[in-house]
Design a protein around this ligand. Structure first.
Ligand code: GLC
Length: 553
């Protein structure tokens, strides 16, 4: 490693792997994954070659939103284990060179958090102002038109004290009042609690929600809103109850101008960053769903915001060469100076990549993720080609979906248990898994794929290995190249080393004609069968094929 390369920090050079703890590995047979389960699989992650794990919330919680409703920020839910189990996990991860990133949910607590129990107990309770309480509107209805992300008004009436409280998500997830300095102090101290234990960073839940308008103004009507738009976007033949249509329409009708992405949120982000900066080499990642030009503001005006505001474009954009190519360029251009880019291909809130684009194209997506400039975040199971799993109505767990079972809504399909082997329950549990296991797990699992040199897992491992070993890929420059048809092309370079990535985002064979006379060698194909092939001028790519070429010196 050159000394220049050492300037880059672990979270810049490395690859992050998201673990949804309920579904990774169950050590005690209760059907739900846990911390000792994760610890038992750290050697798999070391073998895979990732650098850090991000674990979705493991704190005590009534699990109304599966841990995103925290009842205690400084302990572990017994379902996942104990603080000792956590310390063991951390120690073992560190001994293997793996960093550990926790999820932090500062926007809201559970309604069962002692702070909220106090806050709702009376209007003059000292913690009243820790949450967002408002008088009813003159007609007795909610104070304004703000909508919950999970549907319906974001205001819940509390009989006892005759006021409404604000909840951006479920009513069981009241929003904290981040304008209150006591809230700031108490919450920032929960970060210190985990940093002191050795945690390497945080993924900060819904960062752009943290501050709401101090005047509680109504959100404006979206000028592009057309009644019935939601129905128009539904797949043919899908019938939904009127109630759900109305909720979805209400959400599309208003622009969330006054309850999200307020200018003052950046003061809070800066304070979060300052806490991380009290410790060496810790990372703050923000979960933010915003258009790129607003997203990049979360890096902070002087680089004093989040180290990485998550970039979800590969999840949100339609999967075609034009869109993706322009999005990469636009993102590269929008990044402030010294801001470190990042890319995310999947997470626990969105359909899995193999379901969105098909398994063949998902291999191309993997090559894209792992050759772009900026830290890649992978979602557990994507590396073995896991797909969304259909959930029978009586097994639906996700709260927004539970209200309307049988409609295939919600986020359970992308949260099903990791497929470790071909044994019962894919080796995930000896009990009854909390969500069903995929039907095709005997074909798509770690054990089987490890032994197949062309499997999904082998491709991921090869991509990760290459990215790790080549500075051009983990810290090098990015340059887009001329493209044709369904192909996208770019170059990554560092010093003398140059790599050209050609990706066929279509399902027809295509020829890349823009290479010129540069002599190149294939170092990896998504089909894993062209290694060492010499190419120049014209490069043929099969349907759903991506190749990484090394430019010969
Ligand atoms: C984030 C989480 C999601 C959760 C929501 C509310 O978007 O990723 O799973 O439901 O926040 O906390």
């Amino acid at each position: 490693m050159s000394s220049e390369e050492k300037r880059y920090l672990w979270w810049q050079k490395g690859i992050i792997y998201q673990i949804y703890p309920r579904s990774f590995m169950d050590s005690n047979g209760d059907g739900i994954g846990d911390l000792p389960g994760i610890t038992s699989k750290l050697s798999y992650l070391e073998w895979l070659g990732v650098d850090a794990i991000w674990i979705s919330p493991i704190y005590p919680s009534p699990m109304a939103d599966f841990g995103y409703d925290v009842a205690d920020y400084t302990d572990i839910h017994p379902i996942f284990g104990t603080l000792d189990d956590f310390d063991r996990l951390l120690e073992e991860a560190h001994s293997k060179g793996l960093k550990v990133i926790l999820d932090w949910v500062p926007n809201h607590t559970s309604d069962e958090h002692p702070w909220f129990i106090e806050s709702r107990s009376s209007r003059d309770n000292p913690k009243r102002d820790w949450y967002i309480w408002r008088d009813p509107a003159p007609d007795g209805g909610p104070p304004n038109n703000w909508q919950s992300v999970f549907g319906g008004s974001a205001w819940e009436y509390d009989e006892r004290t005759g006021q409404y409280y604000y909840h951006a998500f479920l009513a069981k997830q009241p929003d904290l009042n981040w304008r209150n300095p006591e809230v700031q102090e108490a919450m920032l101290n929960t970060l210190r609690f985990w940093f002191d234990r050795g945690v390497d960073g945080f993924r900060v839940d819904v960062m752009w929600h943290l501050i709401k308008d101090d005047q509680f103004r109504d959100n404006p009507i979206n000028p592009d809103y057309k009644p019935g738009a939601y129905l128009k976007n539904l797949p043919e033949g899908v019938q939904l109850p009127q109630e759900i249509i109305e909720m979805a329409e209400a959400q599309m009708k208003y622009l969330p101008v006054y309850n999200t992405d307020r200018p003052e949120v950046h003061d809070i982000v800066r304070k979060i960053r300052q806490v991380a900066d009290e410790y060496p080499e810790r990372v703050i990642i923000g979960e933010i769903y915003l258009p790129v030009e607003r997203l990049v503001k979360y890096y902070g005006e002087h680089g004093d915001g989040a180290h990485m505001p998550f970039n979800f474009q590969l999840i949100l954009l339609p999967w075609n060469a034009d869109e993706i190519f322009h999005a990469i360029d636009a993102y590269e251009k929008a990044l402030p100076e010294n801001a470190w880019p990042n890319w995310v291909l999947g997470n626990h809130d969105n359909h899995r990549i193999a379901s969105r684009v098909g398994r063949d194209q998902a291999r191309v997506a993997a090559m894209l993720l792992l050759t772009l400039r900026g830290t890649p975040t992978m979602y557990y199971g994507d590396e073995i080609g896991m797909k969304d799993v259909p959930i029978p109505p009586d097994m639906v767990q996700d709260p927004p979906a539970k209200r309307f079972p049988g409609l295939g809504l919600g986020r359970d399909p992308e949260r099903t248990p990791m497929q470790w082997d071909s044994g019962p329950n894919a080796g995930f549990t000896t009990g009854t898994p909390w969500l069903p296991i995929a039907d095709d797990y005997k074909e798509y699992n770690v054990e089987v794929e490890r032994n197949n040199p062309k499997s999904f897992l082998s491709l991921y491992r090869a991509l990760i290995g290459l990215r790790r070993s080549e500075p051009a890929l983990h810290v090098g420059s990015y340059k887009s190249l001329p493209r044709n048809g369904d192909l996208i092309a770019y170059e990554r370079a560092y010093g003398q080393q140059r790599f050209i990535v050609l990706l066929n985002l279509g399902n027809q064979q295509q020829t890349y004609t823009e290479l010129g006379d540069i002599p190149c060698q294939v170092v990896l194909s998504t089909h894993m069968d062209r290694h060492g092939e010499k190419v120049s001028r014209e490069v043929n790519l099969r349907a759903n094929e991506g190749v990484i070429l090394q430019v010969e010196q």
